[in-house]
Design a protein around this ligand. Sequence first.
Ligand SMILES: C[S@@+](CC[C@H](N)C(=O)[O-])C[C@H]1O[C@@H](n2cnc3c(N)ncnc32)[C@H](O)[C@@H]1O
Length: 453
Amino acid sequence: MVKPVKVGDMTTIKLENIAYGGDVVGRKDDFAIFVTGGVPGEVVKIKVTEVKRNYGRGKVVDVVAPVEERIDSECPKYDLCGGCQMQHIDYTAQLNYKQQMVEDAIERIAKLDDIKINQVKGMENPYLYRNKAQFPLGVEDEEVITGFYAAGSHKLIKVKDCQIQHPVINRIVDRAVKLIEDYNLSIYNEEIHQGLLRHLVVRVGVCTNQAMLVLVTKDEKFVKGQEIAHKLLEEVPELISVYQNVNPEQTNVVLGDKTALLAGQEYILDYIGPIKYQISPLSFFQVNSLQTKVLYDQVLEYAKLTGEEKVLDAYCGLGSISLYLANQAQEVYGIEVVPEAIEQAKENAKLNDINNCQFAVGKVKDVLPQLKNQFSPEVIVVDPPRKGCHEEVLEAFAKIKPQRIVYVSCKPTSLARDLKRLKDLGYYTEEIQPVDMFPQTYHIENVALIKKK
Ligand SMILES: C[S@@+](CC[C@H](N)C(=O)[O-])C[C@H]1O[C@@H](n2cnc3c(N)ncnc32)[C@H](O)[C@@H]1O
């Protein structure tokens, strides 16, 4: 079939529906083109960047007829940086489009049309919300810079005052970069695999204003490390903990295996509702603390606990959901594959005087069969990584015969696939509540209430 466009063409099209990922689909002679930077309904001039057998890709170079949902992005580097995909869309419209993405995934993949999908719960202020940032370091015009990689590339784009990071993060990064320059430290160059400093990782407890900085280095030897760490603690009042992490590998993974405290405290604290959590450099903790409360309250509502139930929290991380539910359950059992996270879950339980939680290290699919006869939960809460649950795990859930499963998911397509599998196993989904944990990006979290037939 002859394609109506080729790479590099400029063409004008009308945009139709938003796709998962934030691109908007338009058509040229029935040939679908996924366009970055558009809004449904508007007419745009695009540059075609890719042509495949069944579809193409392009990006907006000019808006010919805008729609009222289009706004000016707050970030001067928005067009270059790959971090946000929806900053050019008014927030109310962002929420509506995310709702469509969820509905579309459920209809197309799960093929379930009887599930109630509620209105997305959004944020009052959808900016400056991220409690964690990982900035690569680079050099531009002999100046040390931090920022993000451009979408789909390894070109570092200098970003100052990112609009979605917590303001304390931006301040710490500014000070750290200044000291790195003052001390004339070498910056890692990935092409030749040389240089000392690779990344800055910053975490903030949004409710406590305590912050942690991790300096990621290629080599273990970091002569001025402690001196710099102490200076930073003096200069930034919110900063209470500075670590070095060593990553000697040629890899895209940010953190290496060795982590050592350079100065200050071992962890920072944050609160989700009444529960206090210790956060260390390697802990998984939801990146939007304020919306995490909305998310966990939704889990509580769907779990419908009376104080009598045993609850299984599968993929529990550092026990955040387990502890949030514990006061309203008879007992909670958390399973997580990262041993350090389980150590921290136990610490967090002590910190909150919670005595009815047990935690096990291991893969959910391996731990579940061992649990048989020891722990039979009425409610299962499951919060897997983006790829969703292994089929074996869903089968094991069905064998346990809980009354309810509350499924927390950060990827609508894997959620849809798993809901379909659960239906075949005798569990139907009654309702889904999307929660916007990641404003300005295409990501959307969902909580599904699933009941035994
Ligand atoms: C999306 S996080 C959820 C964490 C936690 N529920 C929370 O809200 O903070 C998923 C967690 O699953 C863990 N994980 C990944 N694969 C796993 C597996 N096969 N078995 C157990 N845990 C796993 C990850 O280490 C991570 O902590």
